[in-house]
Design a binder for this molecule. Structure first.
Ligand code: ADP
Ligand code: MG
Length: 661
């Protein structure tokens, strides 16, 4: 079964689904509702404070209105009644809503409450489909897809497939979860809200257990087969030749790496250090050591931009060492690609830098000794595993700017060693972080325009591409270039642009005359633009503290005094964002995140593995314990191990099979 086989999904809608990562029917089933609405719940409008998120069912009491104000600006207004209160809803630039509103009709909407003396007001509420049953699931969907369509798609898929997970009824009962086939039904067609929430939690635990199994299977072969000779003299010379002194932590990290390489066991080191702590050079030195011993190194970065940046730096580092470096990414052209593949298999290329293109089936190394994975939390376990497995038993160095909380590291990696870079090469961080309420936005833009005039650069980060709630990067870009930042050269960068477009936008910002870059979180990792001294972040509440900390690490790279503005509504500032303003220690932020948001942010799994996609279920220490137990149960059964291992190179999925009825 494919998405195309689902009734009601045309080409356009399928494109939208695919763009947001939903590529097959299973993804539809795994898009758990983010909330539920209980029709029977009575709303006491008078008791609700302004700013509350409300969901309610209402009857339309006046004909809807559609007005076009000027080009590019229109609104639809509807008036409803709910438990005796008049509620006015307004949608901007969403003319299609007009067709869905009928006098006397009933709809379910959700949104943020504004209050006036005589009525309640909600702008841009989300419309939730009319559905049978007392409990209505609410989905978080990309623009242009509606709740009703989603419900029907789920019904179609569920009706035509049967699902099977890895966990037996007995195992599920022992852990206190629902097996995934039942969980999926309950989540989409709930009989009870508490059960539906348990369903989401169960699926999250099962998914996590599956991830833990993958990690454990990955590390089953620990014997060393390579022979690392003593080349510490050459290494010391390379270190002496660097344009800077290594920090003490960098020094001990590289010593630890060499010690591990020369030991009898396969190396697995997690190198953790804040943004700017200088992980890259440690990786290059490790690659150099491997090269001295005759082994190749593959360095994998999560994005094209980052891979290219590493490549440029690697070329510089290896230039006088007679070691050849190549870069392989998804956009490497066919001719270059085949030359690189030849070079890797005959050994004439020693260091390969690239994206997950390095894990491709026809990429063969002559003798891959070391794999380095940068910003590992951005990769799925499978992607990492497929690189590590390529070498049979290569030594592995994994680097992360998001320190992994200790409890989590222990269950994920077992005896993996960690090396921490706690010292920063440049003295103190000069990044000030401040909350900017919406009422001060204009002052902030004035500051950014001033900076542009003195040739300093600014990132404006907007996590969303679409505008389901909150402003999107593209909309903000359009608004600023016409409005507050008119006369300043503004650029746009988001993940849905083609690789070439991204590169052009990034280059114009890094080297050209773009002064302000409006972007999604694609700038998150590793990017190094010296003149960037200001960052404004919208929608910070949907990002983890570690991620925010990484983002602000993009500015003040040369030790300049820099400002990071967190743009917030005019209400109360969340505690965690205040914590971020006062703390510049990535390790402390990671622990705080883990305590408050759960483990979702730290797991390298993509869509279904994150806390957000599991109906806002955050992976807490308790779930981790359950998953830990469950994974041991799973790994105790040889059949299950075989089944999981055979899938480990493919898609990460905790669904064992999905077959057509
Ligand atoms: P990250 O750990 O975030 O990946 P990088 O490896 O990109 O950090 O290093 C950030 C910058 O610091 C780079 O420009 C790098 O050349 C520089 N750097 C690394 N180590 C040192 C050091 N010991 N002294 C001075 N600068 C350093
Ligand atoms: Mg880096």
């Amino acid at each position: 079964m494919r998405l195309e086989d689902i009734k009601g999904l045309g080409t356009k809608r399928i494109e939208k689904l695919k763009a947001s990562g939903i590529t097959d029917p299973l993804d539809i089933l795994l898009l758990f509702p983010c909330d539920y609405f209980d029709r029977r719940a009575v709303i006491d409008w008078n008791a609700l404070p302004a700013g509350s998120n409300v969901i309610f069912e209402a009857e339309q009491v006046r004909s809807p209105v559609l007005r076009h104000i000027r080009r590019g600006l229109s609104y639809v207004k509807g008036e409803f009644e709910s438990f005796g209160t008049r509620v006015v809803c307004t949608w901007f630039n969403q003319d299609y809503v007009y067709r869905r509103l009928v006098l006397g009709g009933r709809i379910i909407v959700s949104g943020k409450l504004k209050k006036t003396t005589s009525y309640a007001e909600i702008s841009a509420p989300r419309i939730i489909a009319d559905r049978d049953g007392d409990i209505v699931p609410i989905y978080k969907l990309p623009d242009g897809l509606n709740q009703k369509l989603m419900s029907e798609a789920v019904r179609t898929v569920l009706g035509s497939v049967s699902l099977k997970g890895y966990v037996s009824e007995e195992a599920a009962a022992a852990i206190g979860i629902m097996p995934v086939d039942r969980a999926i039904k309950e989540a989409h067609f709930p009989t009870d809200i508490a059960l539906a929430r348990k369903a989401a939690r169960s699926a999250a635990v099962e998914n996590l257990a599956y991830t833990l199994c993958l990690y454990r299977l990955l590390k089953s072969d620990d014997k060393r087969t390579r022979n690392y000779a003593d080349h510490t003299k050459e290494l010391a010379r390379a270190i002496a030749d660097l344009p800077f002194e290594l920090t003490r932590d960098q020094r001990s990290a590289i010593e630890e790496i060499v010690r591990e390489l020369r030991s009898d066991e396969r190396m697995n080191i997690l190198l953790q250090g804040d943004v700017g702590s200088g992980k890259t050079i440690v990786a290059f030195l490790a690659a150099y050591y491997a090269a001295l011993c005759g082994y190749q190194t593959a360095l994998m970065a999560p994005t094209e931009i980052l891979a290219r940046q590493h490549y440029a730096k690697a070329r510089e580092f290896f230039a006088d060492k007679n070691i050849s470096v190549a870069c392989l990414t998804g956009s490497t052209n066919a001719k270059e690609r085949s030359a690189i593949l030849d070079g890797l298999s005959d050994g004439s290329i020693t260091v390969a830098v690239g994206t997950h293109a390095l894990t491709g089936k026809n990429v063969r190394f002559r003798d891959l000794g070391l794999t380095v994975t940068d910003e590992q939390h951005r990769f799925g376990v499978c992607q990492r595993g497929s690189l590590e497995n390529k070498a049979g038993n290569a030594d592995n160095l994994v680097m992360s700017a998001t320190p992994i909380p200790r409890t989590l590291a222990l269950s994920l990696y077992g005896k993996l060693k960690t090396a921490d870079l706690r010292q920063k090469p440049s003295s103190e961080s000069c990044i000030m972080t401040a909350i900017v309420p919406e009422s001060k936005l204009n002052a902030m833009y004035g500051y950014i325009a001033d900076k542009a005039r003195s040739r300093e650069k600014t990132y404006i980060v907007c996590p969303r591409i679409d505008s389901e709630d909150g402003i999107s990067a593209s909309a903000l870009y359009a608004e600023l270039s016409r409005g507050a930042l008119r006369g300043v050269k503004v650029g746009l960068l988001h993940g849905r642009m083609s690789a070439a477009e991204k590169e052009t936008a990034m280059n114009a910002f890094a080297f050209g005359d773009t002064s302000v870059l409006v972007c999604t979180t694609v700038v998150e990792v590793g990017i190094d633009v010296g003149a960037a001294t200001t960052m404004a972040i919208f929608g910070a509440d949907r990002l983890g503290l570690s991620q925010l900390h990484q983002l602000r690490g993009r500015i003040g790279r040369r030790g300049q005094k820099s400002y990071c503005f967190i743009v917030q509504g005019d209400g109360e500032v969340p505690e965690r964002l205040r914590f971020l303003c006062g703390c510049s220690d990535g390790f402390a932020l990671a622990e705080y995140d883990f305590d408050s948001r759960g483990a979702g942010d730290f797991l390298g799994t993509r869509q279904h593995g994150t806390a957000e996609t599991f109906a806002g279920v955050k992976i807490d220490a308790d779930m981790l314990r359950s998953a830990d137990k469950l994974s041991s149960l799973l790994l105790a059964d040889p059949d299950t191990v075989k089944a999981i291992a055979s899938k480990a190179d493919g898609r990460e999925e905790f669904i064992r099979s999905l077959s057509l009825n």
